[in-house]
Design a binder for this molecule. Sequence first.
Ligand SMILES: CC1(C)S[C@@H]2[C@H](NC(=O)CCCC[C@H](NC(=O)C[NH3+])C(=O)[O-])C(=O)N2[C@H]1C(=O)[O-]
Length: 349
Amino acid sequence: TAMPQPDLTALRSVLRTAVGQGAPGAMARLDDHGTVHQVAVGVADRRTGRALSTADRFRIGSVTKTFSAVVLLQLVDEGRLALDAPVNRYLPGLLPDDRITVRHVLSHRSGLYDYSDDLFARSVSGFEAVRTKVFTYRRLIDRSLRHARTTAPGGPYSYSNTNFVVAGLLIEKLTGQPVATAYRRRIIEPLRLTDTFYVHPDTAIPGRYTRGYLTPDTPGGALVDATRQTVSWAQSAGALISGTKDLDTFLSALLRGRLMSAGALKEMRRWVPAGGTQSYGLGLRRRRLSCGISVYGHTGAVQGYYTYAFTSGDGRRSLAALANASNSSTVHTAMLRTLDAAFCGRTAT
Ligand SMILES: CC1(C)S[C@@H]2[C@H](NC(=O)CCCC[C@H](NC(=O)C[NH3+])C(=O)[O-])C(=O)N2[C@H]1C(=O)[O-]
């Protein structure tokens, strides 16, 4: 079925609402069959008042999980990884249960506890305690294993950053390279993503970027400039830096089958329920929108930055949206409506 025309008036209005709800800035880049629409509202820097631009780079949080899943599915295509093999076959002794498979990890059905729940129970002090810290993957996994598992392997979806730290370990073990090299050689260079970087443990965002602001838990508290951080608590689960153009390019290429075999993409799109109108595949979300259209991609929430990167089933209409705020359910709820404006158009309810 033909997709409704995007509603650019609604898109601009939604971004203004997000800024009205406390985000210093909000922006979106919509690539509709090659016709590009770009909207930016508010500021990239509260101190200087510099206007936000869709050319500004930002931290994409868990959209990183989709990049990590792509690398591992390419390794499946290369015959170097089996989705239904135990993780411990590749990383002997890592996990306390040989029944946890690679597929369980990539679909958040491993039962591994999410260590970040402990880290950020108190948003600002939790962030300040780790913002310049450098963790090893194994230290993060050790933090998770101190807790009981949330489900038996292969049980219901239960989102956990720990799963994509395991994914990072698998990438490094199977490629013999750091994840930065795997992202660069397998995705960034082939797609010419000139705004996409993995700089961990460096805290600086290369080139031109928007600052990111963490909303404190106490209502009315001062925003915290969270721009400078290692994101070492997340790494292969959330430390990539990118831009709106690159995210549109990446999601479109992914859904158009340019990053892996048709078989591997089919595996990536085997869905499990993930709450509400969402499903989860392998490092990939599917959201069914108010008009019944489903879109494919991932959201990201890292201190200071909310990212929304989704494309249509045929990969021909892609939206990348960003608010330089976080820990704000009102901003997040507003920003989710960029998807309805972009893909449902005037039929959005
Ligand atoms: C499932 C999510 C939303 S959370 C998960 C991951 N981000 C994190 O796990 C960081 C959570 C702390 C972020 C922080 N929140 C707090 O400190 C709350 N106490 C803030 O908002 O700045 C990511 O990114 N994912 C999003 C995803 O996949 O969409």
